[in-house]
Design a protein around this ligand. Structure first.
Ligand code: NAD
Ligand code: UFG
Length: 336
């Protein structure tokens, strides 16, 4: 297939471009580089031993986007978005314009260019405050912050479009917690500023960039009292997109599919596994709970297995070993 990837140079985008190239697809990517470096795609080309085009483009530049799409693509894989929850609370309008406005621009351009196959990066954040896991796709949806609202709005836009025009086939992939890096240690997550998410914070602590990990609460109703999440290796996640593209013709309009491992790990389990991977203890301190955090959430991953023939293969030790290799070899990320 000829595939257009938005947000191609980002964390999940770069890993997915690599797996798409390896699967034999013809890949063109674009990004506005607001949260990434084109260096990731240079490294993807090296790893794949194949070329791919990377354009500088913003989702909201509808005319340029339409011209690009008119080159003829079989499908679009849409990662481009802003994703920092805290920033979305401070700048809700920016998140609406970039994520929702940007996706409306993309869908409009696709319509004009006659491309009606889309794989979209949704998130388990659409399940809102979850009280019981595993969480299936039929769980009611709710937004708990402006970032989450953008994912809900985009899903709704896709459901509406596909119900009005039956030619559309859209996979709404709801990711759980992506971590890890390609096994080569050449591409990985390069968060700007102080990481908000657990794994990058733990790894930056292991490499000496942070003093200790704040463990946000140890009084949750979980086995060790710390928060439990469904961590998924980013390469498994990337392969989930390859699987979704291969099964897209079987989709009925727009349909949501969870991409998760179907099991949870606690904060202390992650720190212990990361310490094993790094070969050194990782200092951490128990702190009060972080506002808005759920105690535990993991996926019911059975639909992905049934519909996409996909399931995760890489466990927590591999996620930590690979994330550590990337962090150790690239302590300052891509260095920009
Ligand atoms: P990322 O920030 O590394 O990648 C997103 C990319 O999109 C970046 O390269 C950024 O520069 C680009 N971008 C942003 N706005 C753009 C615009 N208007 N035009 C063009 N490019 C733009 O993030 P990621 O972790 O790779 O996330 C990819 C997608 O997956 C996002 O939609 C995110 O919301 C979603 N998601 C991520 C997670 C996670 O924990 N990483 C979880 C669930 C869902
Ligand atoms: N945690 C810590 N210390 C930290 C960071 C996190 O103890 O420094 C804990 C959290 O309290 C939580 C767990 O580690 O129990 C995971 O936290 P993350 O911030 O890594 O991930 P979340 O599950 O809270 O949420 C993130 C995004 C959501 C998204 C979700 C799934 O913020 O928007 O991942 O992709 F929906």
């Amino acid at each position: 297939m000829k595939v257009l990837v938005t947000g191609a140079s980002g964390y999940i985008g770069s890993h997915t471009c690599l797996e798409l190239l390896k699967a034999g697809h013809d890949v063109v990517g674009f990004d506005n580089f607001s949260n990434s470096s084109p260096k990731s795609i240079e490294r993807v080309r090296e790893l794949a031993g194949k070329d791919m085009r990377l354009e500088t483009l913003d989702l909201r530049e509808t005319e340029k986007l339409t011209a690009l799409l008119k080159e003829g693509f079989d499908a679009v894989v849409h990662f481009a978005a802003l994703k920092a929850v805290g920033e979305s609370v401070e700048k809700p309008k920016l998140y609406m314009e970039n994520n929702v406005g940007g996706t409306a621009s993309l869908l409009g351009a696709m319509e004009i260019a006659g491309c009606s196959r889309l794989v979209f990066s949704s998130s388990c954040t659409v399940y809102g405050a979850v009280e019981k896991s595993p969480v299936g796709e039929r769980h009611p949806r709710a937004a708990v912050n402006p970032y989450g609202q953008t994912k809900l709005d985009i899903e709704d836009m896709c459901y509406e479009l596909a119900s009005e025009d039956k030619s559309w086939k859209i996979a709404l992939l709801r990711y759980f917690n992506p971590v890890g890096a390609h096994e080569s240690g050449r591409i990985g997550e390069d968060p700007k500023g102080i990481p908000n998410n657990l794994m990058p914070y733990v790894m930056q602590t292991a490499v000496g960039r942070r003093e200790f990990v704040n463990v946000w609460g140890d009084d949750y109703p979980t086995p060790d009292g710390t928060g439990v999440r469904d961590y998924i290796h980013v390469v498994d996640l990337a392969l989930g997109h390859v699987a979704a593209l291969s099964k897209l013709e079987e989709f009925q309009g727009a349909q949501a599919v969870n991409l998760g491992a179907g099991r949870g790990y606690s904060v202390l389990e992650v720190i212990a596994a990361a310490a094993k991977a790094a070969g050194k203890p990782i200092p951490h301190k128990i702190m009060p709970r972080r506002a808005g955090d759920a105690a535990a959430i993991w996926a019911d991953a059975s639909l992905a297995k049934k519909k996409l023939g996909w399931e995760t293969k890489r466990g927590l030790d591999e996620m930590c070993a690979d994330h550590w290799r990337w962090q150790k070899d690239n302590p300052e990320g891509y260095g920009e």
